[in-house]
Design a protein around this ligand. Structure first.
Ligand SMILES: Cc1ncc(COP(=O)(O)O)c(C=O)c1O
Length: 339
């Protein structure tokens, strides 16, 4: 299996980085997008899946005949389902009703067993309910092995090893700031640790969504998958986060549509939130020249959500209209200097 895993590693990245121009406060500003939607399995989580499974294999906790198990909002599930097939293992995904129909279709195409929880947890999300189900499945099935994206140090470690150096190597100089969405916080923590060591002047900006407590937020109902969490990240601390920005769905939807309209690029909902946070940062820093947004996935799975006015109205959000980024950002808060 170790050799198969090495072959899988060769399929990961590098993903492209491309500049786009945004109108920020009436001034054109360039933002570089790292498009992880181009990665294997369509998201940054291909790297996470590889890191988690490699850690289990190398430590002898995963053996032939075992079955991988994970709680997932979609992207990690698709990546693990693909990797499980590649290694000829079984995979069970514990998901919730926020998972996009497109993700469910891909999971079943890849032969994953899908277990759906329907009870919201006390903080308005599904994560804690999903984790309860994972614990139950582990108890009932001794050959199930949980990859544990929420707690495994292999999650941030693989982003420090792969994502961070790949990104820095693609830029002409040290960037002023890097922006990434947080859920488990693994991607951000790993990239931040690498930048701390190799580009210490770069400001690391974490972007969360309203209702998430991934890093200091107030709990509330969330409607998007991928970004945010019902419990604090085990990987983030003040030493890794220079600024935290909390986006709302309207801001995320606005920037998804701006990037599609202005550059023809179809980015996912969490990437829209990241762009909203980046625009707010740029507004407050007219001198910033080189900024990078890590776009965790592409927009294909979000036709029924952030790209859909009817869906936005159904959750009480006025669809973003026209070219008014300021109004779209009305609910985006910046909490500076947390680190
Ligand atoms: C679309 C999307 N964006 C951002 C993230 C956040 O990644 P992490 O869990 O590493 O914080 C995820 C994680 O599932 C995701 O699916």
């Amino acid at each position: 299996m170790q050799e198969r895993l090495r072959h899988f590693r060769a399929l990961l990245g590098p993903t492209p980085v491309t500049p786009v121009t945004l109108d920020v406060g009436g001034r054109p500003r360039t933002v570089h997008l790292k498009l992880e939607g181009h990665n294997l399995a369509g998201s940054v989580k291909a790297r996470t899946a590889y890191g988690l499974v490699r850690g289990l294999l190398e430590s002898g906790r995963l053996r032939p005949g075992d079955r991988l198990l994970e709680s997932t909002s979609g992207n990690l599930g698709i990546a693990l389902a693909m990797l499980a097939r590649y290694l000829q293992m079984g995979f069970t995904a514990v998901v919730d009703p926020l998972v996009a129909p497109e993700s469910l279709r891909r999971l079943s195409e890849l032969g994953a067993e899908v277990v759906t929880v329907t009870e919201r947890d006390a903080s308005g999300g599904y994560l804690l309910s999903r984790l309860d189900r994972v614990a139950q499945l582990l108890e009932e099935n001794p050959r199930y092995v949980w990859t544990n994206q929420y707690g495994s140090p292999d999650n941030p470690a693989v982003h420090r090893e792969l994502t961070g150096p790949e990104l820095l190597g693609q830029l002409p100089k040290a960037p002023d700031a890097v922006f990434a969405a947080i859920s488990t916080g693994g991607t951000f923590a790993g990239v931040s640790r690498y930048f701390r060591e190799h580009s210490p002047t770069t400001e690391m900006v974490a972007v969360d969504i309203e209702g998430s407590v991934a890093f200091r937020g107030r709990p509330g109902r969330r409607h998007l998958s991928g970004i945010g969490a019902s419990r604090p990240s085990a990987f983030l601390d003040d030493s890794l986060v220079d600024h935290l920005q909390v986006a709302d769905i309207r801001g995320a939807a606005h920037y998804c549509r701006v990037v599609l309209r202005e550059a023809g690029l179809h980015i996912g909902a969490s990437a829209g939130a990241v762009l909203a946070g980046c625009a707010r940062y740029l507004e407050e820093r007219p001198e910033a020249e080189l900024v990078v947004c890590l776009c965790a996935d592409g927009g294909e799975k979000y036709a029924g959500t952030v790209y859909n006015d009817h869906w936005l109205r159904s959750i009480g959000v006025t669809p973003p209209g026209g070219d008014a980024p300021d109004s779209a950002l009305s609910g985006t808060a910046i909490l500076s200097g947390v680190g």
